[in-house]
Design a protein around this ligand. Sequence first.
Ligand code: ADP
Ligand code: MG
Length: 355
Amino acid sequence: MKRWCWIFLALLLCGCREQLAPKETGTAHYDRPGQSSRKTEESCDMTVFAMDTVMSLSVYGGNDRLMSQAEERIKQLEGLFSVTDENSEIHELNSRGKAKLSEDTERLLESALKMCSRTQGTLDISIYPVVKSWGFTTGEYHVPGKEERAQLLENVDYRKIRLTSGHASLEPDMEIDLGSVAKGYTGDELLALLRENGITSALLNLGGNVQTLGSRPDGTDWLIAIQDPQGSGYLGGVAVSDKAVITSGGYERFFEDEDGNIYWHIIDPVTGAPAENGLISVTVVSESGLLCDALSTSLFVMGMEKAEEHWRQYGDFEAVFVEADGTISMTEGLEESFIPADAGLERDRRIIRRN
Ligand code: ADP
Ligand code: MG
């Protein structure tokens, strides 16, 4: 029985614009028990299909002009970062081995490379040829053998990507993909645009990447739901203001072979195969969408132990981890703000402490 009333952002339709698309969202906003959506101010809502996912924007005090600007900004960034669009800067870099970059692409690439280095290559944006070989880009799935993977991995090494004063270059046979961080960057840029326009309350859901501006119009926290990676319900939610809540999960994009083996889209750059280090979902909470996006992918690859170490070392984010056996762990900063629901109610929660 559902205890709470859930509001699914992906279903928000609006007067400004509307487009629907197929991808499920990993996170959504909902109301606390006994709390209904009391709107003190009308929101302007928009749903756009971009970056291969559904993006929903809910902006309090917004107007049609601002919503169109936000949509244009999304399309502009998609046009720069898309790995498949032949006119994108990333496509040019991949096909010619070098490209002059716009300020946005340069900034995203620079930040992404810093995160590759910070996470010791568990995030590696040059993993693209491997992702392609598994068929995650086309849907024509294939399980590459050990030799094929070893060969592909010879060209995977983010340290070989050169970036100097707006020009990037790659080694022969290298290709990059900013898919693991592009939505986080886009969320940060949209929030900056909204802030510049005097907005103080907004909720963005970019295909499961939730980013909040301020608090709800009535001053209370947004409650962002975290999907149960092993079922159709939710583990619970985190109460946040001015934060990004971003999840990477094996359940988001995967395929199954004839023997029933499951292969998901997050690849371990050491093996060239889907990361199987015991985690099935990682949710990262921090002020930066880009940091959350990069970390949710890379902590998933690291596995529980290394991910905990990473949190202790950097301390600039909080996280919720779900392991293959169903165990839920979360960093101590979320102890108060995590509210269990459905699948999270009957499970123990382990709190990861600093020492
Ligand atoms: P999603 O985009 O589904 O929300 P992520 O942010 O976790 O999920 O990004 C996953 C995407 O990043 C994959 O679809 C793939 O293109 C790419 N990718 C997979 N593994 C890695 C990795 N280890 N490092 C960098 N990018 C990766
Ligand atoms: Mg990511």
